[in-house]
Design a protein around this ligand. Structure first.
Ligand SMILES: [Ca+2]
Ligand SMILES: [Ca+2]
Ligand SMILES: [Ca+2]
Length: 236
């Protein structure tokens, strides 16, 4: 019975570690203060409707990248997660003009989708939804915020924000022995200047994905099984 109690206690502790303890954060930036050289562009913009809300942007067609030194990471291969918020600003047209938004970790696509802030067909369709980022959906599908930032197009506010946090973070494998980690954010919008179509990102973080507890569970469960067998043998 003592061993069972010990194992149950250990299992509870492991569950606590796996489920409740915060993941180790490797890098985080909310862009509320000057941006460091780890970013390929360091300009920030303040949301017109939220003067305390600053984010990295506003960008047009092209790639912005974050390069993290291998020295920031624990040695050996690991699984990491990337979280961020995407600000889609002004007249994005989604599928209509291939206004794609792509996120890559060392060249591997984590997200490849398109967004539309447009309500006029045929420019009001986007590839993105939470369930399928490569489908055909109405513009603004699954946006977390709509017209909260105050960016203007044709005389009215037009913007949206998509959160990729919590369970919507992106996981990827990385081993620091391979060199720096480069996270790229790429827009293929065709709108030219940012006052037509722009974008930005906020609340970027990279965290360690904790090891699965299955191995630990197996090692702990084995004595329980043995104890049950012995007990059954004694009872029998
Ligand atoms: Ca911010
Ligand atoms: Ca447009
Ligand atoms: Ca466009």
């Amino acid at each position: 019975m003592f061993r069972t109690r010990v194992c149950l206690g250990a299992l509870a502790t492991l569950a606590l570690i796996a489920g409740i303890a915060p993941a180790q954060v490797i890098y985080a930036n909310n862009f509320q203060s000057p941006v460091g050289p780890e970013w390929s562009a360091t300009t920030t913009v303040t949301a017109p409707l939220a003067p305390t809300r600053q984010f990295l942007g506003e960008f047009g067609n092209g790639t912005i990248s974050l390069t993290l030194s291998p020295s920031l990471f624990p040695a050996g291969p690991g699984v990491y997660s990337l979280g961020f918020d995407t600000m889609i600003l002004r007249s994005w047209d989604g599928i209509g003009t291939n206004d794609n938004f792509i996120v890559r970790a060392n060249g591997l696509d984590l997200l490849n989708t398109s967004f539309s802030n447009n309500s006029d067909p045929p420019f009001n369709r986007q590839r993105f939804s939470r369930a399928n980022p490569n489908g055909d959906f109405a513009g603004l599908t699954d946006a977390n915020e709509v017209n909260t930032l105050g960016f203007q197009f044709a005389g009215s506010t037009r913007d949206s924000v998509y959160y990729f946090q919590g369970g919507d973070r992106f996981q990827f494998n990385y081993d620091p022995i391979s060199g720096p980690l480069t996270l790229s954010f790429l827009s293929t919008q065709d709108g030219g200047p940012v006052f037509d179509e722009g974008w930005g990102i906020d609340n970027v973080s990279v965290s360690v994905v904790p090891e699965p507890t299955s191995l630990l569970l197996v090692t702990c469960a084995a004595p329980v099984v043995l104890w049950r067998r012995r007990r059954l043998a004694r009872v029998g």
